[in-house]
Design a protein around this ligand. Structure first.
Ligand SMILES: [Zn+2]
Length: 335
């Protein structure tokens, strides 16, 4: 038995037996003999057959993997440790296989901001990791960002990003609610839920923004059929972390996906405060998570999974990132 002949794929034998001239649509290499050409085709076709066999046997998750979501993290001015959290967010996003992440860092506080003109147009998603007391972007950059979002771009507002830019009207529409930076009743109502889960917009006077000392707390899903929250447990633990409260703003086109009870005995409101939200701005989608004060907090599954799913939804309207078994891998809360 001629093993060599038997083993050879039929397609390869066919190609080698044909003259290059008889094959339409194929041309000889300029400097190559007929033999060199056929050898190249054999190698090429063998490679294609080999790669095709790999694809055939690839797990469905790889074979059907959509193109990575082109993501830009913007940072550089934040009272939080943006230089530490940005690389962790980037690694976390790229490790899950759905995102390709670039970073754009604005000039430091004492440097001129006028030349900061990042191009948002190549991206599907912008993650904001600027925060409290960040200097305003140049108007040209603000307009470019507004256009990016209103045309259908995705945005993630991460933790202290809702402290930033209290005077930028469009940005405050995008975050729906924020805190600090002089925010008060002129910024819009407080937004929260009452104990029955009814959405309250409270126009009473007072500062925007506050949190008690870091604790572990229970998060309650309020929209279990939203792509971001579908498959999450009805309640799950997060923390220890800061629990934002007293947030206020335009609070329009916002859906509260999940809340946590803000305890009065820990400097809170006594209300069910928004932890995860989505907001519509033009054709754009925003995912707003108030969680994740620093690196230890964002490494927890309760942050990581909700963040990744929220980011994927903001960019694509769909969520393929699964909820891991045992999520969020924290023991049940003692009552
Ligand atoms: Zn914080």
């Amino acid at each position: 038995m001629n093993t060599k002949t038997t083993m050879k794929p039929t397609i390869v034998s066919h190609v080698t037996s044909q003259s290059a001239k008889t094959r339409p649509g194929l041309k000889l290499r300029k400097n190559g003999s007929k033999n060199t050409y056929d050898g190249g085709v054999v190698v090429l076709i063998t490679l294609v057959v080999f790669l095709a066999s790999l694809v055939d046997h690839a797990p469905a998750s790889i074979k059907n993997m959509p193109a990575p979501i082109k993501t830009l993290i913007v940072d550089g001015q934040n009272n939080h440790k943006w230089a530490e959290t940005t690389p962790v967010l980037k690694t976390m996003m790229e490790a899950c296989g759905r995102f390709k992440v670039d970073v754009s860092t604005c000039p430091a506080k004492d440097k001129a901001m006028s030349g900061y003109l990042p191009d948002f147009t190549p991206y599907d998603l912008v993650v904001v990791n600027d925060g409290y007391n960040a200097a305003p972007w140049p108007r040209q950059t603000q307009i470019a960002f507004e256009k990016f979002v209103s045309a259908g771009g995705g945005v993630v507002i991460y933790h202290a990003a809702d402290n930033a830019w209290p005077k930028w009207k469009a940005y405050n529409e995008m975050i729906a609610i924020g805190g600090w930076g002089g925010r008060n009743e002129k910024s819009g109502p407080y937004l929260y839920m009452d104990k029955d889960g009814k959405v309250i917009r409270d126009a009473s006077k007072g500062k925007g923004g506050g949190h008690g000392s870091q604790t572990e707390f229970e998060i309650t899903v309020r929209e279990p059929d939203h792509p971001i929250t579908r498959g999450l447990p009805k309640t799950f633990l997060h923390g220890p972390d800061e629990m934002y409260a007293f947030l206020r703003g335009p609070a329009r086109h916002v859906t509260i996906l999940a809340t946590a009870h803000s305890a009065k005995n820990n400097g809170g409101t006594g209300h069910e405060e928004p932890m995860l939200m989505t907001i519509k701005y033009g054709k754009g989608r925003i995912f707003h998570t108030v969680l994740g004060h620093a690196v230890p907090h964002i490494k927890k599954d309760s942050f990581r999974i909700t963040y990744l799913r929220g980011a994927e939804w903001a960019a694509t309207q769909k969520v393929t990132i699964s909820v891991p078994k045992g999520f969020p891998n924290q023991p049940p809360q003692k009552k």
